[in-house]
Design a binder for this molecule. Structure first.
Ligand SMILES: *Cc1c(COP(=O)(O)O)cnc(C)c1O
Length: 421
């Protein structure tokens, strides 16, 4: 075995440039140590301008932004909820299946029921064919929550057309894809509203933070109000609706403000990492996480790979543990992740599909062939296409840290190659 890295190689860590601390210091020096201040004003302007939308509202995190986006869509569709009911009470919502649970949890916060839509192989995002099947099975659904996973845009034209044909609203989870474009337009500007995240591992970071994006002035104002405890315009604390403490801090906004000028540099460096893996793995029986060239430009937030079925050794995953049987010429994500960890490098399994999460096990799941839930057990016997689980079983996220050097990445490539020996 090659020597482990002395300094750990991470999946994705923050990359600071120096301007961030200047804006944080400014917040301190001017005593705007609050959820009000110039950093917030500036960063909202910059993000809206960059994304090409009219309004951006700075919030405490991506999850809060998604919550308010989904709540807003629910209220537009179904009106103000009864006291102590969610806006999605008694309603179903189509959601990306292969994603982080923050995409779909807000549907539950608003008392809706998520119906998971299977994944396609061209971008690893929501399958438009499965979405169409889902509308045939559940014609009453009026809301779709779509993620752009790992920074790769989903098939937005197809998905938007299906939403329009069915009179449904689209909310985009662009938490991982800030800066990625589809037909030259930024992700996060295709739905009725959307969310981005400035979590520590994202393409740029505020250490935390998120943003709500919209073209509607009225919606932006509503989100500002909800995120500051839904205070009415009275001299005292007056409340007509449920509120939240979701506003971004001016200190966090200082970090985001310092990062904004470096977004494109980060994307370029992430793309170089992706291309270097692609080149390094060209002799191996693997593919990189795919995108459709000419149609979309990902932000390459995470580099992932998927092992050809013919090169997979046996691997069994339970709820918490995984086992595999090593075989010459073959490997599996569990083995590669284990070997990377032994070398002090961090990879990660593909985000486990929501329909296989214990908490969502009772929720419907629709594949390109129709009702996937009835067939999920059959899939385990290998008889139906559950694309998300197939990618989960054969795929993994590679160390994609901007701070990783080319030499270090070459070592990672050799380590991965060694797993196929
Ligand atoms: C990170 C992330 C979120 C949540 O963002 P936070 O800022 O961490 O709350 C939501 N969806 C996806 C797909 C994410 O990767």
């Amino acid at each position: 075995m090659a020597k482990p890295f002395e300094k750990r190689i991470w999946l994705a860590t923050p990359t600071m440039h120096g301007d961030e601390i200047r804006y944080v210091q400014e917040a301190y020096d001017t005593n705007w140590m609050s959820t009000v201040g110039e950093n917030i004003n500036q960063v909202e302007k910059q993000v809206a301008e960059y994304a090409g939308c009219k309004y951006a509202v700075a919030l405490s995190c991506g999850t809060a932004s998604l919550h308010l986006a989904i709540k807003l869509a629910g209220e537009r569709l179904y009106g103000m909820p009864k006291p102590f009911e969610g806006t999605l009470q008694g309603h179903r919502v189509f959601c990306s299946d292969m994603t982080f649970d923050a995409t779909v949890n807000p549907v539950a916060y608003e008392n809706g029921e998520a119906i998971f839509i299977d994944t396609e192989r061209d971008t690893w995002n929501m399958d438009p064919v499965a979405l169409e099947k889902a509308f045939a099975l559940y014609p009453d659904v009026k809301l779709v929550v779509l993620v752009h996973l790992y920074g790769t845009p989903a098939k937005l034209d197809e998905i938007r057309a299906i939403c329009e044909a069915n009179g449904a609203l689209l909310v985009e989870d662009a938490a991982e894809s800030f800066g990625a474009t589809y037909h030259g337009k930024q992700t996060g500007t295709f739905g009725c509203c959307s969310a981005i995240s400035f979590n520590g591992n994202k393409i740029i970071t505020g250490s935390a933070g998120g943003m709500f994006l919209t073209d509607s002035k009225e919606d932006a104002e509503k989100i500002r109000k909800w995120s500051t405890q839904s205070r009415e315009a009275a001299a005292w604390y007056q409340h007509e609706e449920i509120g939240y403490n979701y506003r971004m801090s001016n200190v966090i906004a200082g970090v985001v403000r310092g990062q904004m000028p470096y977004l494109e540099e980060h994307i370029a460096r992430k793309k170089a990492i992706y291309e270097r893996y692609k080149e390094g793995f060209k002799e191996l029986p693997v593919q990189m996480n795919p995108y459709i060239e000419g149609e979309m430009e990902p932000n390459f937030w995470l580099s992932c790979m998927i092992i050809d079925a013919s090169a997979m050794c046996r691997q069994v995953r339970g709820e918490q543990d995984a086992l595999y049987i090593s075989e010459p010429g073959k490997t599996c994500p569990t083995e590669i992740l284990e070997v990377l960890a032994k070398h002090n490098a961090e990879g990660r399994p593909i985000w486990k599909p929501m329909h296989m999460q214990p908490i969502y096990r009772m929720n419907p799941f629709v594949t390109a062939q129709g009702n996937g839930r009835a067939k999920t057990n059959a899939y385990i016997a290998g008889s139906i296409e559950d694309v998300g689980m197939d990618i989960f079983n054969r795929g993994l996220c590679l160390p994609s840290d901007i701070n990783m050097t080319a030499e270090e990445q070459d070592c990672i490539i050799e380590i991965v190659k060694g797993c196929f020996a």
